[in-house]
Design a protein around this ligand. Structure first.
Ligand code: MN
Length: 192
């Protein structure tokens, strides 16, 4: 289809059904295992993506409308699984529509990590070979578009096993970016 209505507030494309990811779908995402288990009964919705994959073949695009709910598991903000593209050279453009978020980017080849804002009136370019994840650091849903080559494909496993090198946690009411290893040491020390 060449034309669709969407709602930038609720992050809905009325004509299409989203994929929903609940906490139980994000087994390896969150660093604080005890906090993760404590919320499993409740199993909150973490995010939805409505994917539009109507065209395929050389030069065509796929795109999706994402909605990431506000909330935290322990001190870590709600986030998407994150992925690399199966076809590693494939880049992606993210366009923020609503809410206050961050994108965590990690270059698979160099290991370089960076964090960019994702919110209304921002656009983020994700180059090829770069694992990407969105994080909601606000109090309302984070709504955004992602637009990418149809050949990209989603590889969740490559990043899933070791996870991103950095985490985004809340400290004194504000987001703080830190090394996962340092955060894990903090959690261990607290557990003793
Ligand atoms: Mn992507």
């Amino acid at each position: 289809m060449d034309f669709l209505h969407f709602d930038p507030k609720d992050g809905v494309i009325p004509a299409r059904a989203p994929v929903q990811r609940f906490l139980s779908d994000l087994e390896s995402n969150f660093a604080d295992r005890a906090a993760y288990r404590a919320r499993l009964n409740e199993n909150p919705l973490i995010y939805r993506v409505t994917s539009i994959e109507d065209y395929s073949g050389a030069g065509q695009l796929h795109y999706g409308l994402g909605v990431l709910m506000p909330g935290k598991i322990g001190r870590e903000y709600f986030m998407t699984k994150g992925h690399l593209h199966t076809w590693r050279p494939a880049a992606e453009v993210y366009i923020g529509l609503r809410g206050r978020g961050l994108m965590v980017l990690e270059d698979e080849r160099t290991g370089e990590c960076r964090v960019t804002p994702l919110e209304a009136n921002t656009v983020v370019y994700v180059p090829g070979w770069t694992a990407h994840r969105t994080v909601n650091i606000g109090e309302e849903p984070l709504v955004y578009w992602g637009i990418f080559p149809c050949e990209a494909g989603h590889d969740y496993d490559a990043i899933g096993e070791r996870n991103f090198r950095i985490v985004v946690i809340e400290k004194d009411g504000a987001p703080l970016v830190m090394e996962r290893s340092a955060f894990l040491r903090e959690l261990e020390a607290q557990a003793l």
